[in-house]
Design a protein around this ligand. Structure first.
Ligand code: SF4
Length: 434
């Protein structure tokens, strides 16, 4: 149920019923999925196909996507909701997909903020746009969901999804570490593309025993690139998940940082999955969860961290690259500033990522936040003063994103942050990048 407020009345809007996606629909239907992280999602789509689902990850967004979202979602709703709804409605209207054989996939985190309502927003939008028979499939990371029985992923597929995200995180980190220093422009992105294609096949074979070997070959390939040896200031990017990873949603923030002379450091997406999986454990004193659900989450966390250990071991052998964090360590970092029962939106993870970046001497941080994002204001903006007093030299700035935010304003803030970062970098003297 959605409550709509305007100056005169309070309307209680009952969301329309969306047809349920049945297991038997999977052979006939195309499932459209909004884009979030281009490298990671490119590695995932084959896994759904292997399970018999024809999932199409929509390409990037444009101004028309935002306009389409605004036609069906009120502009005081979170920017990410406007983007994902706009993308899916735009695809439905494009005529490329038969509405009678199309379903829409949308993530649902079931927290205390509007992320819980994305599926409802989409159902209302789909109806208003004239596609009432198109099923909406909510998809959750944790194991408590029983809304999407039609989209069933067996354990082997879930394991492959985690593998895809593990390699996605590795490629994203290596690319961000090397791209600002490349001597031959475009070389890093070509190497990423080569590895995305190789990994699409490798992930299908589900060889967990290969993680160390594959990670080692990938890291060696990036380490062998001919790069400049100067040292640029590192700029961490934290914040709301979609705006953080989707280049279309954050107006190509990584490229802007690189153009301004910095090196972007983007924390891993798997940390968000692990944050969701550990949430029950952290809050069990106040909100008990079933033993079975907690056991499943603990096993998943153990399994993922075990695979990440293999990648950490490889990364530690290369001086150029930093290792991956650990979710328990991130929680410890966050605990110093906020309660880890803050689990709405990015919750304590946001504080934990900033503290971890500062510990690793990435003193420049941009916190990206959709306008009016309450969790970001508490565990992002709300802890900045405290972080600045703990870490001398912390250069933290926020960037707001909403449909009306101009790129000029964002660019000015980035330039301001970069001016301080570059000044300190030159003051400290240029050290070697190797
Ligand atoms: S985390 Fe922020 S942007 Fe995302 S749904 Fe919640 S309030 Fe909206």
């Amino acid at each position: 149920m959605t409550v709509v407020l305007n100056s005169e009345n309070i309307h209680v809007q009952i969301p329309p019923r969306s047809p349920e996606f049945q297991r038997t629909d999977k052979e006939r239907f195309t499932i459209l999925c909004p884009q979030m992280a281009p490298i990671h999602f490119a590695l995932c789509s084959g896994i759904f196909r292997q399970c018999g689902y024809n999932v199409v990850v929509l390409p990037t967004i444009n101004r028309e996507t935002i306009e389409e979202g605004l036609r069906y979602v009120n502009n005081d709703v979170c920017y990410p909701a406007i983007i994902v709804v706009g993308q899916l409605i735009q695809a439905l209207k494009s005529g490329r997909y038969d509405p009678a054989r199309t379903a829409l996939l949308i993530s649902q985190t079931c927290g205390g903020c509007r992320s819980t309502n994305y599926a409802t927003f989409l159902k209302i939008a789909v109806n208003k746009a004239g596609f009432p028979d198109v099923p909406v499939i909510p998809f959750q990371v944790n194991f408590t969901n029983d809304n999407n029985k039609g989209l069933f992923l067996p354990l082997f597929a879930l394991k492959k999804l985690f593998l895809a995200f593990l390699y996605g995180d590795l490629l994203m980190n290596l690319a961000n570490r090397c791209r600002p220093y490349e001597k031959n422009r475009g070389e890093v992105d070509v190497l990423v593309q080569v590895w995305v294609e190789k990994l699409q096949t490798e992930i299908m074979t589900n060889k967990y025993g290969n993680v160390s070997k594959t990670a080692s070959v990938i890291v060696n390939d990036f380490d062998a690139l001919d790069l400049q040896t100067e040292c640029k200031p590192k700029v961490g990017i934290v914040g709301e998940i979609l705006v953080k990873y989707h280049p279309g949603a954050n107006n190509n923030l990584v490229s802007l940082i690189e153009q301004e002379g910095g090196e972007a450091v983007v924390p891993n997406i798997l940390d968000f999955a692990l944050y969701c999986l550990t949430s029950g454990d952290h809050c069990k004193r106040f909100a008990p969860v079933s033993f079975l659900s907690m056991l499943k989450s603990r096993i998943a966390v153990w399994f993922i961290e075990r695979q990440r250990d293999k990648v950490r071991k490889v990364l530690r052998q290369h001086k150029r690259f930093s290792s991956f964090g650990n979710i328990h360590h991130l929680a410890e970092q966050a605990k110093r500033f906020v309660s880890i029962c803050n689990q709405t939106g990015e919750g304590w993870l946001l504080t934990g990522e900033m503290a971890e970046l500062l510990e690793e001497e990435t003193l420049n941080i941009i916190c990206v936040q959709p306008f009016g994002c309450l969790p970001n204001h508490i565990t992002g903006k709300g802890v900045m003063k405290e972080l600045r007093s703990h870490y001398c030299g912390a250069n933290i700035s926020t960037l707001d994103y909403d449909p009306g935010a101009t790129e000029v304003n964002q660019l000015n803030r980035i330039k301001l942050l970069m001016a301080t970062a570059l000044r300190r970098n030159s003051f400290n003297g240029k050290s070697t990048n190797k």
